[in-house]
Ligand binder design. Structure first.
Ligand code: RP5
Length: 164
């Protein structure tokens, strides 16, 4: 195992996905969870995909967040190749507003699960929060930070709407 290992791998199909997937990275940073982001394309770099997914557990990753758009095969292929939990983020595509991404990721066959999140930023943030919840099961300090994050979120919600 690499001594520089990170708990969470964030993989994405293209540089263009970073604008969405950075929200997962920022949420993990806010919770002080170690993570590493990589571009791994199911279609353009299939050998890289195979090597990453096959080696992810040995690299020390504990959870994988995979984001892709369009014909979004990355999360499902990663899940087929690793026993680690995989959370899929459908990136909003130009042609079909991410509905193609969502359906490509969510309709996995029984036996190969991908926890599929919402399209776009909300999905990226929530994938990070789910990764945090998984890791917090065996990390009481992180569980405390996650509780504090949720409390701060609640605190920011006004009881009444501001009227113009
Ligand atoms: C997918 O194709 C990527 O995940 C990305 O969302 C989409 C478009 O990629 P680019 O053409 O912008 O590189 O593989």
């Amino acid at each position: 195992m690499n001594s520089q290992r990170a708990d969470v791998a964030i993989v994405m199909g293209s540089q263009s996905d970073w604008e969405t997937m950075r929200h997962a990275a920022e949420t993990l940073e806010a919770l002080e969870i170690s993570h590493e982001a990589r571009i791994v394309s199911a279609h353009r770099t299939p050998d890289r995909l195979y090597a990453f997914a096959r080696g992810a557990r040995a690299e020390g990753f504990r959870v994988i967040i995979a984001g892709a758009g369009g014909a979004a095969h990355l999360p499902g292929m990663v899940a087929a190749l690793t026993p680690l939990p995989v959370f899929g983020v459908p990136v909003q595509s130009h042609a079909l507003s991410g509905q193609d991404s969502l359906l490509s990721i969510v309709q996995m066959p029984a036996g190969v699960p991908v926890g599929t999140l919402a399209i776009g930023r909300a999905g990226a943030v929530n994938a990070a929060l789910l990764a945090a919840a998984v890791l917090a099961l065996s990390d009481t300090a992180l569980a405390g930070r996650l509780d504090a994050w949720r409390a701060a979120q609640a605190e920011r919600v006004a009881e009444r709407p501001e009227k113009a």
